[in-house]
Design a protein around this ligand. Structure first.
Ligand code: ZN
Length: 213
């Protein structure tokens, strides 16, 4: 259930941003290539589409957070399984990287939609970062993490390169390996916010009115 009117007053609801977020997730060019596995979890282009449709139907909220109440910067997004809503630090969706952030958050929404409460927060993040870089590859990005605008921290760069390794393996041979997955888990745990995530769980309890099947 998205925020009540009173709760949403602190945020900005922009029909343009909402439509653009839904548009990025229902992008037909993803359908033949976007397919992410991490461990036993899979997120496909069809799953992203379901989230896009649910946004258009108002079952999932999209809120711009200009005062950084939930997100911390213009390069961040957050999906809250508690209120089934996206919070975004930006409104410009012309940037592929910003749309990639929407794809990242949509992976968390997919895991909520399927009530994957058994999924620890670390693997949920790993899957979302692999999706973020796979989106960039599908959109034609040939570089590495150091070429992504705004990646200033060495540890973040190492983590994103580990995510590229997983995504590239999947795009070229439709498979990944536990070695590549463990490298990404390790790199994520080097980043302060994710240090304790392997033993933490979100309440991924479904999205009312959104089909699980
Ligand atoms: Zn995330």
């Amino acid at each position: 259930m998205p925020l009540t009117a009173a709760q949403s007053a602190a945020f900005t609801v922009s029909p343009t941003l909402t439509r653009a977020a839904a548009g990025a997730l229902t992008d037909a060019t993803l359908s033949s290539r976007f397919d992410v596995w991490f461990g036993a979890i899979n997120v496909t282009a069809t799953d992203l589409q379901k989230i896009g449709w649910a946004i258009n139907e108002g079952k999932i909220g999209v809120y711009y957070d200009p005062s950084f109440l939930i997100v911390k910067s213009v390069q961040e997004g957050f999906y809250s399984p508690a209120v089934d809503s996206f919070f975004l630090g930006f409104t410009d969706t012309s940037s592929m990287w910003n749309r990639g952030i929407i794809v990242h958050e949509a992976v968390h929404a997919v895991n909520d939609m399927y009530s994957r409460a058994w999924l620890n927060k670390l693997d949920n993040e790993a899957l979302a970062f692999v999706a973020y870089v796979m989106y960039a590859r599908i959109k034609g990005f040939k570089g590495k993490a150091a070429d992504i605008p705004g990646v200033v921290n060495d540890k973040a760069q190492a983590m994103l390169d580990a995510a590229f390794a997983v995504a590239d393996a999947m795009l070229t041979s439709r498979t990944t390996s536990t070695t590549l997955e463990d490298t990404l888990r390790k790199a994520l745990k080097e980043l302060k916010p994710y240090r304790t995530f392997q033993r933490e769980y979100d309440s991924l309890d479904g999205i009312p009115g959104v089909a699980e099947g």
